[in-house]
Design a binder for this molecule. Structure first.
Ligand code: SF4
Ligand code: SF4
Ligand code: SF4
Length: 244
């Protein structure tokens, strides 16, 4: 019998769901193994029980908490899809303001049906079993995590930093161009795509486990950059994460 999976969204840009839909050929193969029973962007169906719920977005609107709790009750596994769901992502940039101020600043007027609470990660409301990091997620990492769950294995995320993938690909280092880069402390898995594209890493995949911050401080000093400059970049996706 095919495993039932569902996709759900809260506050976010839907870019992570779009990444899944863009898998196209792989998606057709996946459909031989799983039954997608709920996916608002593709279909209108629903199901009572779901094996895996992939949930995108942050919790910040009326009814979000209750809806997420119902999804949790119906699902065997709940997977946070993308940084908005995983740690609040860019939505959490508003977490230092009251919902009233946020509504005023974002929409220019007080729209009471939006931002009724400070944007939060899913884990602030329910237990999250697994996560697919990134803004947006990496499609192939999503497939690898789904494959592991289908095989009843625990999906593992890379435990090393983006710098490793960047150096293996022999991309020029952003620091040599005077740009702050979060690659030394950010979890790998994106193949350093932003550096490949001529940019720098802003840390959308979150911190690696046990980041070695003191060598990182030395790199900053060598390039005449301050901790404040790095924290400015770090906050973009990681307001809710601790830093040191
Ligand atoms: S993590 Fe990024 S791409 Fe995904 S929904 Fe949030 S803002 Fe969009
Ligand atoms: S600091 Fe950034 S650009 Fe430099 S090697 Fe690491 S990931 Fe690549
Ligand atoms: S390079 Fe950094 S910002 Fe870009 S996708 Fe990878 S983790 Fe995210």
């Amino acid at each position: 019998m095919k495993m039932k999976i569902g996709f759900f969204d809260f506050a976010g840009c839907e870019g992570c769901q779009l990444t899944v839909m863009n898998l196209e050929e792989e998606l057709l193969q996946i459909l031989q193994l799983v039954e997608i029973v709920e996916f608002r962007e593709l279909m209108s169906g629903t199901a009572e029980q779901i094996e895996i719920a992939f949930v995108e977005g942050s919790i910040c609107r009326p009814g979000d908490r209750e809806r997420l709790q119902r999804i949790r009750q119906r699902s065997k596994f709940l997977v946070a899809l993308g940084s908005c769901a995983d740690n609040g992502g860019v939505n959490a940039l508003g977490s230092d303001r009251t919902p009233e101020v946020l509504r005023q600043q974002v929409y220019g007027s007080d729209l009471p049906h939006l931002y009724t609470e400070t944007p939060q990660a899913l884990s602030a409301v329910v237990e999250v079993d697994y996560r697919v990091p990134g803004c947006p997620i990496d499609g192939h990492e999503f497939l690898a995590i789904l494959q592991a769950l289908l095989l009843k294995q625990h999906p593992e995320l890379p435990s090393f930093a983006v710098c490793v993938e960047c150096k293996l690909a022999e991309y020029p280092c952003s620091f040599d161009y005077g740009q702050v880069c979060l690659g030394p402390i950010t979890r790998a898995g994106c193949q350093a795509i932003c550096i490949d594209g001529g940019g720098h890493c802003r840390g959308c995949r979150g911190l690696i486990d046990n980041p070695r911050t003191s060598p990182y401080h030395q790199i900053l000093e060598q390039h005449g950059l301050s901790v404040e400059e790095i924290l400015d970049q770090y906050r973009t996706f990681n307001v809710n994460e601790k830093s040191s």
